[in-house]
Design a protein around this ligand. Structure first.
Ligand code: TEU
Length: 553
């Protein structure tokens, strides 16, 4: 069973996908009602962001109980039904597992807080005395991903300040101690819980962060020692155990790692044959819209994956990053958490043009592909959310400097000309949990369906061809000669050519054009456009697009 080597996986951010019960928040009933839409889009699997019981401090990545569904979204029985129905539509289900931390409302953490320092209950987390004269300083200077110290001080029962505990994310997300056998056992059990309910696989959240150096040393970029909590060698053993669990099913389950590691070779170690199956390619997601940089990313990704026999993945967006239409319309087109700011000038028309070209490029690359809900509609980042709407702790903990990630999480517009654009039922009692821009009337699924120029129809056509075309999906890629600023490669008898050069270029010799992200100009490929060509009789000697610049206008 190697479906995952070529799969197109559609990411469902449940709270923002479709609202079945009218409370303004997406839910499982909403997803169930929209399964035909996803099937017709032409994807193979659904990945659901966390849907478990949660206080929703970090969009559900603060899990209070892995074995129940949050009542705002539905019930466990409904999730089982959804998994079964999706499968009837030919869609596999990937659930999100968050092993690095739990919610501070998780039974383990409330028990830890109620127990003494040094207790068994506390040893499942990272509790430590503070430093300084009266322990008023944290145990070390690690910084949380959401800003501020990675440590919070507890209060003992009598109200007196006590030990500190570690949280690489929000204080409501205490980190687990993966050296503790309970933590390992519990997670293997959670995996099996969902595998037994038909989940085809799991996404492993923050997969490079689980293991900590028990000495909790300060970060020292100059030190040759392994990082105290990123990409530690002990992780591989954990994932080998998980792989054995996944492989024990008649239809083996799939493990997908969320690893933000800049070095492709370090990344590839996680997708060795007895570890995770695939990992998100964040190098591609963060790459600027520049031919050299993208080519370098494609080559290094493929080389590192080839080494270990794993398929690459191609990702342009997710619920954590600026939507590509907005990002690619800016002067600086790469993505970085550190430099993320709202209100940086963007040209939406250029951004959309590039996002469409990027989509066809990504669909043609070897391996599997992720589509984040709404990218098929060409949704932009919503950059003008009023602070009182924003829930993301990344925004609040940065003192409002970081816009946070809610701008990429606005509810999907389905139909109609007024908010909530079919996201909630007509008689919904509540507004959507984040407001949709009025301008989204033209971006609804309804408005884009059957419009041959729409982004939705581009995705539908691209994914339909990808599904039928033997050269696409898993396999090899052959670069074709091309002009500076042009990416051109062949997959079997299909060529994919993306023009990032800023001027029109001549197309390589081909039999016919199958699909393009913008209209062609005769035998020229306009800037910021991708075209798929049937090479046919030209398959083996595809004429280089190399001399094209000489003739470009
Ligand atoms: O993200 C992990 C992660 O490291 C980043 O995406 C994170 O947002 C960034 O590094 C901040 O600097 C995952 C989830 O995708 C994200 O939504 C959660 O907030 C996070 O884990 C914590 O569970």
């Amino acid at each position: 069973m190697t479906w995952w080597r070529s799969a197109v996986i559609y990411q469902v951010y449940v709270r923002s996908f479709a609202d079945g019960d009218g409370d303004g928040v997406g839910d499982l009933a909403g997803v169930r009602s929209r399964l035909p839409y996803v099937r017709d889009l032409g994807v193979d699997a659904l990945w659901f962001n966390p849907w478990y019981l949660s206080p929703w401090v970090d969009g559900g990545y603060d899990v209070a109980d892995y074995r129940s569904i949050d009542p705002v979204l539905g019930t466990l029985a409904e999730a089982e039904q959804l998994i079964a129905e999706a499968r009837e539509h030919g869609l596999r289900t990937i659930v999100d597992v968050v092993p690095n931390h739990v919610s501070d409302q998780h039974a383990w953490f409330t028990a830890a807080l109620a127990s003494e320092p040094g207790s068994e209950e506390r040893s499942r987390f990272w509790f430590r005395p503070g430093t300084g004269v009266s322990c008023e300083l944290p145990p070390n200077e690690w910084v949380s991903h959401f800003g501020g110290p990675a440590w919070t001080r507890t209060k003992d029962a009598d109200g007196v300040p006590g030990e500190w505990y570690l949280h690489l994310f929000a204080p409501e997300q205490p980190d687990l101690n993966w050296d503790h056998p309970d933590v390992r056992r519990e997670h293997e059990d959670v995996l099996r819980f969902w595998f037994d309910r038909g989940a085809a696989g799991i996404r492993v959240d923050s997969a490079a962060l689980l293991v900590k150096d028990p000495d909790l040393p300060e970060l020292d970029p100059a030190s040759p020692a392994p990082h105290p909590y990123v990409d530690r060698d002990e992780l591989h053993d954990i994932y080998r155990g998980w792989r054995a669990a996944a492989d024990s099913y008649p239809e083996p389950r799939v493990l997908i790692g969320e690893l933000w590691l800049p070095d492709p070779d370090r990344m590839a170690r996680y997708v060795r044959p007895d570890e995770l199956h695939t990992a998100f390619n964040f190098d591609f997601l963060t790459s600027p819209w520049e031919a050299d940089r993208l080519r370098e990313c494609i080559d290094s990704t493929l080389a590192a994956h080839r080494e270990v026999g794993a398929p690459a993945t191609w990702v342009l967006a997710n619920h954590d990053v600026t939507r590509q239409v907005t990002r690619l319309g800016r002067a600086a087109t790469s993505f970085a958490f550190e430099t993320k700011r709202a209100g940086v000038a963007t040209d939406p028309a250029l951004g959309l043009r590039r996002a469409r070209a990027a989509a066809l490029l990504a669909m043609a690359l070897p391996g599997s592909l992720y589509v984040y809900q709404g990218e098929e509609l060409g949704l932009p980042e919503v950059e003008n959310l009023q602070p009182h709407w924003i829930q993301d702790p990344m925004h609040h903990r940065s003192g409002g400097v970081d816009p946070g990630r809610d701008g990429a999480r606005v509810p999907i517009p389905w139909s109609g000309s007024r908010r909530p654009f079919g996201f909630s039922p007509d008689d919904a009692a509540w507004p959507t949990w984040l407001p949709q821009p009025d301008g989204w009337a033209s971006l609804t699924v309804e408005a884009q369906t059957a419009d041959p120029d729409s982004t939705l129809e581009l995705y539908r056509s691209g994914l339909a061809i990808r599904r039928q075309e033997p050269g696409l999906g898993d396999g090899e890629l052959r670069w074709l000669d091309s002009a500076t600023g042009v990416l051109a490669f062949a997959r079997g008898s299909l060529a994919c050519v993306t023009n990032l050069s800023g001027r029109p270029v001549r197309l390589p010799a081909h039999d016919r054009a199958l699909l393009s992200s913008a209209p062609l100009a005769g035998d020229r490929l306009p800037p910021d456009t991708t075209v798929w060509l049937r090479l046919g009789t030209h398959t083996d000697n595809a004429a280089p697009a190399g001399d094209a610049t000489q003739r470009s206008d």
